[in-house]
Design a protein around this ligand. Structure first.
Ligand code: BGC
Length: 762
């Protein structure tokens, strides 16, 4: 029987299986971009990962480790004891179990009928949500009915005895229960010195007084209540979360900040005490409605799995982003798990950002402002590596941390040693990916203000990095980019990775264009940037080197070499791995050095280039290369399938496209119960949206403007999606047969291209 059920706007866990709890914790994560709480159950189980994160609170657990997002004290635990028997699903008998997450309201509800080992029957309903109305709040409610008179103990509080898989990030500062019921817990990160201030208050629908309970790093309130048979007991808990890094307190002096936050939190907890779960939920639900109003995608299909997938994506896209804080990025696992340590990668710019650019441009801008603040670390990294300009860290954490990619991770199957991680050292394409995202954002939004304050500077500094990164190869009289990792991380230390070389060329070309544009149209800004960055020097460097940069062209068979060596590598039969559910399964048989010798790719690489630059090669060459590389790609990165699904659709490989699309939507939502243990895959979730809008919806932007050239799957009746183009909100509807109609919802008339024809949307 299937454990995970899809209901369109709701996902449901149909029964309890302790082996799979991590999957549900991750995909049922609740949050608002500031706060993220994995949906670990109220009672504890072996194997659970009980994580709570506040964005931006990075800390280094020890000198040897890189900074990571620390798991803060847990507020979700609620211990229930009935006549001395503790409620646990691994004891007694489960007569009924289901848990659902409403993707359009953010509420999860768990209903249980349970019989204790001694035969007491309990009906339980657990509800919870993280507020979208006030980002500091997490609210829970438990309803309990017992089939006989019983004594119930409920204990819940704040538990600081948590770690990031063993690494401890906090020192206790203060724990107290004041005025008999308000719990307060303050802890400080060990290295970054960020104080986290948490509070909680509980209430019951029956008279009961709280007894404070304190243990090592924990505090709780315990209630002991006598109830009659079938008398409903209701318990509510409101928890609040603040950190010294919160944006609203950033302007305060360091010495005043903690006191001010304590005052705010004490005020908030008192206010919350007077408000019910339902009242608070209604307010959060209204915010969710606003969000879905602007984001929703309608699909004319009976396939409920597909319908659920887009709501799942829209839900997670919302809870992964702190919409108004340009000091934080989006982690590769967002706020849903410890994987990738909360760090941001190119995942944001090329896979997640497009959704925001086209649907919520103001959020996209915040995320791109974060990259402006990263310039500090990027300049540092360039300098440390002997380059000029800005070299973006492969992994980013707090705004000015610089490079935070770990140096070692995971075991080498052959040597048994810990493996060296090269990505932070030689995966360089991110410095062009960010520029690509800015350029695209600008085309879609026309946001000159962003460009003037941040965008141009990033583009010029990135271009200077690339110019300085090129190596002159005298015997070939050309520049090359040697010793990199391209997007395909199964190939380390390669020369002239096509993706990297073309992206570098594009960045430098764009900088030259912007240079001319500013010189002719905005002299004041040109002069200001010139005196800050020395634009003329940057231009000179580019002009000297770019014309001689080697850009791999298709060979006599029409294939663009992924790198200098790729096409000469040994062939490998990869069917076994391609057909397997296990991601990275190839590492069970080969280590990284061995993989370097085979013609096998982890993820979209040259195909990614064809996706980003549709005009770089003719249709036939693109198609041929897609077929060639798809055949060798294992899609062992969750980023990969959505891109291939979009291109397969474009090249009329309908069946393949739909299969890849279903693969992409299944990364987290699918039946594989182990795929999301360390958290959901935020880039893959952005990729789901991209397949709908860029793939089947056929949306893209080029020098002409916005194009809509759809190609719906044959079994779909229609597809409807929103777009915001240069300030105008549009709703696009594609009917069977790919007929397009576009409604303007607000803003000025927009000029767009529908199937190549210019149209004015009045
Ligand atoms: C992929 C990268 C990606 C990273 C974080 C890796 O497995 O190869 O492309 O940026 O995961 O999602």
């Amino acid at each position: 029987m299937q454990q995970l059920e899809y209901k369109g706007t709701v996902i449901k866990e149909c029964f309890f299986d302790r082996k799979n709890i991590k999957k549900f914790e991750a995909i049922f994560t609740q949050g608002n971009g500031y706060l993220g709480i994995r949906n670990a159950l109220e009672e504890h189980y072996v194997g659970e990962i009980r994580d709570t994160f506040i964005t931006g609170t990075f800390n280094k657990a020890s000198k040897e480790e890189v900074t990571e997002l620390p798991n803060i004290a847990d507020a979700s635990t609620v211990k229930i004891i009935v006549d001395e028997e503790e409620f646990s699903l691994t004891e007694g008998k489960i007569c009924f179990y289901e848990r659902s997450l409403d993707l359009t309201t953010g509420e999860s509800v768990r209903s249980i009928k349970w019989e204790s080992p001694k035969g007491i029957k309990l009906d339980l309903i657990f509800r919870r949500f993280v507020s979208l109305d006030n980002e500091h709040i997490f609210v829970q409610k438990v309803e309990l009915l017992c089939d006989k008179d019983a004594n119930i103990i409920i204990e819940s509080g704040i538990d600081g005895s948590v770690t990031n898989s063993g690494a401890m990030h906090f020192e206790d500062i203060q724990r107290r229960v004041y005025e008999g019921r308000y719990m307060e817990y303050i802890a400080k990160t060990t290295q970054s010195n960020v104080k986290i201030i948490q509070g909680a208050v509980c209430s019951l629908n029956k008279e009961a007084s709280a007894i404070p309970v304190m243990g090592r790093r924990t505090l709780a309130n315990r209630y002991s209540i006598k109830i009659k048979a079938n008398e409903k007991l209701e318990f509510e808990k409101k928890s609040i979360f603040f950190s010294e890094r919160d944006k609203e307190f950033a302007h305060l002096k360091d010495e005043n900040r903690l006191d001010e936050i304590k005052r705010e939190s004490a005020k908030l907890i008192r206010e919350l005490e007077t408000q019910s779960y339902n009242e608070l939920f209604k307010r959060s639900e209204a915010k969710w409605q606003d969000y879905f109003e602007k984001s929703k995608i309608d699909i004319g299909t009976d396939d409920i799995y597909v319908k659920t997938s887009i709501n799942f994506a829209l839900y997670h896209l919302r809870i992964m982003v702190k919409t108004d804080d340009n000091r934080v990025g989006i982690g590769a696992k967002a706020l849903s798990g410890e994987g990738y340590k909360g760090h941001s990668f190119w995942d944001t710019e090329l896979f997640i950002l497009p959704y925001f650019t086209y649907t919520h441009p103001e959020i996209a801008r915040t995320l791109l402002e974060y990259r402006y603040h990263n310039l500090y670390g990027a300049r540092l990294k360039a300098k440390e590596n002997g380059y000029e300009g800005a070299m973006y860290p492969w992994e980013c954490a707090w705004v000015d941390d610089g490079e935070v990619t770990p140096l070692y991770m995971g075991a080498d199957i052959v040597t048994g040693e810990i493996t060296k991680v090269w990505t932070g050292l030689i995966e360089h394409h991110i410095t062009a990916d960010i520029v690509y995202a800015i350029d695209n954002y600008y085309r879609v939004t026309n946001d000159n203000d962003y460009m003037e304050k941040y965008g141009y500077e990033i583009i010029f500094e990135a271009a200077l990095f690339w110019a300085s990164r090129l190596e002159y190869i005298a015997d070939k009289d050309r520049y090359e980019i040697r010793n990199v990792i391209g997007p395909d991380e199964y190939k380390e230390h390669v020369d002239n990775n096509a993706y990297t070389n073309y992206m570098a060329a594009y960045t430098m070309r764009l900088a030259t264009k912007k240079f001319e544009y500013l010189k002719n149209n905005n002299k004041t800004l040109f002069d200001a940037l010139d005196s800050k960055l020395d634009l003329k020097y940057i231009k000179e460097c580019i002009e000297k080197r770019l014309p001689k940069l080697y850009l791999p062209l298709p060979n006599e068979d029409g294939i663009i070499p992924q790198s200098d060596t790729f096409l000469g590598l040994k062939k490998l039969d990869i069917i076994k791995y391609k057909n397997s559910d296990e991601v990275l399964g190839i590492y069970n048989d080969y280590n990284t050095n061995q993989l370097n010798e085979y013609m096998v790719s982890k993820q979209s690489d040259t195909v990614m280039l064809l996706y980003l630059f549709r005009d770089l090669f003719d249709y036939e060459t693109r198609k041929k290369n897609f077929v060639f590389y798809e055949d060798k790609t294992l899609h062992d990165s969750s980023l990969s399938k959505s891109t291939h699904a979009i291109l397969a659709n474009e090249f009329d490989f309908e069946e393949m496209s739909y299969k890849l699309f279903r693969g992409a939507i299944s990364v987290d939502l699918g039946a594989n119960m182990k795929s999301s243990d360390e958290g959901i895959h935020s880039a893959s979730i952005g990729g789901i949206w991209a397949v709908f809008v860029f793939g089947f919806g056929g949306t893209n932007i080029d020098d002409k403007g916005l194009n809509i050239n759809p190609c719906l799957p044959v079994n779909w009746d229609f597809l409807e999606f929103p777009l915001v183009y240069q300030g105008t909100r549009l709703r696009v509807r594609v009917e069977k047969g790919n007929q397009v109609s576009v409604r303007r919802l607000d803003g000025k008339s927009a000029e767009i291209y529908i199937k190549g024809e210019k149209q004015l949307i009045k």
